[in-house]
Design a protein around this ligand. Structure first.
Ligand SMILES: [Zn+2]
Length: 106
């Protein structure tokens, strides 16, 4: 297993998880329940982590992730709930988890 992606913003990690899973790559989350038990832990250690199960899929998964970030500026949708800008590949607003409008361009 290899670490694919981690971020202090758990919604962002979940969005990346959706994107990678939709391409058929098996992944798993670590620290999914760590935030509730943060207590004495260093904050960084409670970040949600996305791991690829099969190392052979690592490069493909990284490519999917980087391409999902690279069209940040040409295809975005604006959340109707909180006005945050979201990447077109995101199914839900990274900030408030509102669903993307079904008319968004992919
Ligand atoms: Zn939102």
């Amino acid at each position: 297993m290899k670490l694919l992606y981690t971020n202090e913003n758990r919604y962002l990690v979940h969005n990346i998880q959706n994107i990678v899973e939709n391409s058929g790559i098996e992944i798993m989350l670590k620290n999914e329940f760590a935030a509730g038990a943060a207590g004495d832990l260093v904050p960084h250690e409670t970040w949600l982590e996305l791991w690829v199960i099969n190392d052979a899929n690592y490069d493909k998964a990284m490519q999917i992730i980087s391409s999902s970030f690279s069209h940040e500026n040409d295809a975005i949708w604006v959340c109707s709930n909180c006005d945050e800008k979201n990447d077109a590949s995101f199914e839900f607003c990274w900030k408030c988890q509102n669903s993307a409008p079904s008319s968004r361009q992919l």
